[in-house]
Design a protein around this ligand. Structure first.
Ligand SMILES: Cc1cc2nc3c(=O)[nH]c(=O)nc-3n(C[C@H](O)[C@H](O)[C@H](O)COP(=O)(O)OP(=O)(O)OC[C@H]3O[C@@H](n4cnc5c(N)ncnc54)[C@H](O)[C@@H]3O)c2cc1C
Ligand code: FES
Length: 255
């Protein structure tokens, strides 16, 4: 798949809560094909501390409008700088990068599991699965009800189950505590979120013979396989999360 380095215009910005916002970007050229799980590397202008590009999942693509969205949570200086961008500004991206989630076999029962900002690639994946004739369930975990994002968008994709750590909405606890994991038998789980959560989901899938893919968010330098700072230990040795991933089948990971 061809990679582009391009300056794209911010055509919309939405603030979802105090820390999380969406940038919708569009360019003059027709967008390339992008797949769920792939990511972009964003150049953060105007600060020597943010010299390295920052990776973000492709959150939603609208080929009709020739635009796509990034869902960004403020975590440090780079994302804080990006949060000050406004409609009409431009950002420079390298995209689309990395591999993608694989499509399931027909008639498999599917669950998407996302925690916190790890939900970012799952809306695109859910829409992609729907477009390919699948009807996934979605299990989302947040710290509290204030941090729940895009619930209504997920409802258009499939049945949605919620957990919050403080019990303010949905079931109390972590995603791995949710009762749907005990009551429904899934064939395949797609997961993205904090690594401890993904490890728990992976352990659950191993115990229960469920196929599972996780999208890793290892720290990245270049995003294109040149700096080797994003390696992950797999059954095939050390692989780069940016070029061999970010999506891995848990059977390939030495977790
Ligand atoms: C493939 C991939 C996809 C990602 N997709 C998204 C996304 O869609 N939306 C989103 O909000 N974030 C996403 N991230 C995480 C995002 O890249 C980081 O939060 C961002 O780079 C932090 O930059 P910063 O300059 O604001 O913070 P920094 O000052 O660089 O770091 C602030 C804090 O965040 C931690 N941090 C930095 N990078 C990561 C990381 N990759 N994973 C976990 N902690 C990190 C640092 O250790 C530090 O504690 C993704 C990461 C990867 C590798
Ligand atoms: S981020 Fe440089 S090799 Fe992966």
């Amino acid at each position: 798949m061809t990679k582009r380095i391009e300056s794209l215009k911010i055509v919309d910005k939405q603030q979802l809560n105090k820390d999380v916002f969406i940038l919708e970007v569009s360019g003059r050229e027709k967008l390339p094909e992008m797949l769920p799980g792939q990511f972009v590397e964003v150049k953060v202008e105007g600060s020597p501390d943010t010299f390295l590009r920052r990776p973000f999942s492709i959150h939603q693509v609208n080929y009709g409008q020739n635009s796509f969205r990034l869902l960004i949570q403020v975590a440090g200086k780079g994302t804080e700088t990006l949060s000050r961008l406004v409609k009409g500004d431009h950002i420079n991206l390298i995209y689309p990068l990395g591999n993608s989630f694989s499509l399931p076999l027909n008639a498999e029962k599917l669950l998407l599991v996302g925690g916190g900002c790890g939900v970012a690639p799952l809306l695109f994946l859910g829409n992609h699965l729907r477009a390919n004739g699948h009807l996934p369930d979605i299990l989302l975990g947040f710290r509290d009800s204030e941090r729940i994002i895009e619930y209504d968008d997920y409802l258009k994709t499939g049945r949605v189950f919620l957990t919050t750590e403080d019990g303010s909405r949905g079931e109390k606890g972590f995603v791995t505590d949710h009762s749907v994991l005990k009551s429904a038998k899934y064939d395949r789980i797609y997961c993205c979120g904090p690594e401890p959560m993904m490890r728990e989901v992976a352990a659950f899938c191993r115990e229960n013979g469920i196929e599972c893919e996780v999208s890793l968010e290892n720290l990245m330098g270049c995003g294109i396989g040149a700096c080797l700072c994003c390696t992950v230990l797999t059954v095939r040795g050390n692989l780069c999360t940016c070029t061999d991933g970010p999506v891995f089948n848990i059977n390939d990971l030495k977790w």
